[in-house]
Design a protein around this ligand. Structure first.
Ligand code: ZN
Length: 383
């Protein structure tokens, strides 16, 4: 298989979300490749009610079943974040790197999987293997995953290898997330008559003050799970960031509204209920401010994945690349939480490195990493 050509063609399909176009084209391209690798495949149209009302979400499920063996399900997504200001969908190969939106996050890993599976065609696999290729990961996809469950049975006790991950080590857990939009209310008047109004921006700044006080406590919380060395941290840490403050119309109008968005990330040892209460307590502690929650998005934290199978994978990575280990990811995704609900175990290995600039301009993946990832997956699946 000419994996560079396969990746080049996959990358040239613009699957940006929003809006989430061309998913069908990407699945049309991938489906026969999995068939050629000896898998039974099935296209699945996710009903709009499982995709937050969005239409035309085509997913792909592939199987090489071997009942009685341990169940292993690969996870990947074909959507990418939008790109601006560079030729993101005209892939170029340059000096050991392949540049394009989605090269590292994460079409490169899907192609590495295909490369491994093709080499194993006709040979017995160590596991009862399925592959799920999903959509809308870059938005939120919990309910789509829940819909796919019926096509992946049995999921209880199954291992899920998340290819939407970093290269060179096994990721055993991520952060939970609690994101809230807080709308602060005021009363608009002419700036010169501000004694008759209520300034929502100034009131919001009081809330921000309380949030920053909470932040100083939150960031002190360290997990017992080591963080990937590339992050500059020893262990995973909790986070609280005020990432959006938006309000005000014009310099001479007292503003009647201000939006404050908070992104709280939870280490595995924390739980959502406490984090939410702590956040609400901090906001409520500020007197004289009227606010309401506009939007709340959560991903509950899960415990780290511990299993002999992970140590086996770590050894294969070390053998192939000369380095490795198992670490916690300073990021969050829907998959781990959904898999935990199914009674499965999720862990990750992919082709992302910090310098790959995912979600940024000139995203790239190393050719060597794709080749190594294919080798690692191949050895992991071999009897
Ligand atoms: Zn991704």
């Amino acid at each position: 298989m000419d994996y560079i050509e396969v990746l080049r063609r996959l990358l040239s399909i613009d699957t940006s979300v929003p809006p989430g176009s061309n998913y069908d084209k990407a699945i049309d391209y991938l489906q026969p490749l999995f068939e050629e690798a000896g898998f039974d495949t099935r296209r699945i149209l996710i009903p709009a009610e499982y995709a937050e009302g969005r239409e035309g979400r085509i997913n792909l499920v592939c199987h090489r079943r071997a009942p009685g063996r341990k169940r292993l399900i690969f996870y990947g997504h074909i959507d990418v974040v939008p790109a601006e200001g560079w030729d993101a969908f005209q892939p170029r190969v340059e000096g050991g790197k392949i540049y394009s939106r989605g090269a590292a996050d994460m079409k490169g890993s899907i192609v590495a999987l295909l490369l491994a599976l093709e080499l194993l065609k006709g040979k017995p696999l160590k596991y009862d293997v399925s592959v799920m290729i999903t959509t809308d990961e870059e938005l939120s996809q919990a309910s789509q995953l829940r819909y796919l469950e019926r096509y992946l049975q049995p999921v209880s006790g199954a291992y899920f290898l998340n290819l939407d991950s970093s290269f060179g080590y096994v990721s055993i857990v991520g952060l939970g997330a609690l994101q809230v939009d807080i709308k602060v209310k005021g009363k608009a008047v002419h700036s010169a008559l501000s004694h008759l109004g209520e300034n929502a921006v100034e009131k919001a700044s009081l809330l921000v003050g309380a949030l920053l006080e909470l932040k100083s406590k939150v960031v002190e919380r360290k997990s017992r799970v080591p963080a990937y060395p590339g992050t500059g941290l020893d262990n995973m840490e909790a986070r609280l960031n005020v990432n959006v403050v938006r309000g005000g119309l014009k310099v001479n109008i007292v503003p009647d509204e201000c939006l404050v968005s908070v992104d709280r990330r939870l280490i595995p040892e924390e739980n959502l209920e406490d984090a939410r209460k702590e956040l609400m307590d901090a906001l409520s502690s500020v007197p004289g401010v009227t606010w309401e929650l506009e939007r709340v998005f959560t991903i509950p934290p899960v415990p780290p994945c511990e299993d002999p199978l992970i140590d086996e994978l770590v050894d294969i990575i070390k053998d192939t690349t000369g380095q490795g280990g198992k670490f916690g990811e300073m990021g969050s995704g829907d998959l781990a939480y959904i898999v935990a609900g199914w009674g499965g175990k999720e862990f990750g290995l992919g082709a992302i490195r910090p310098e790959c600039n995912i979600h940024g301009r000139e995203e790239f993946v190393y050719r060597q990493d794709i080749e190594d990832l294919a080798k690692i997956i191949g050895r992991f699946l071999s009897c």
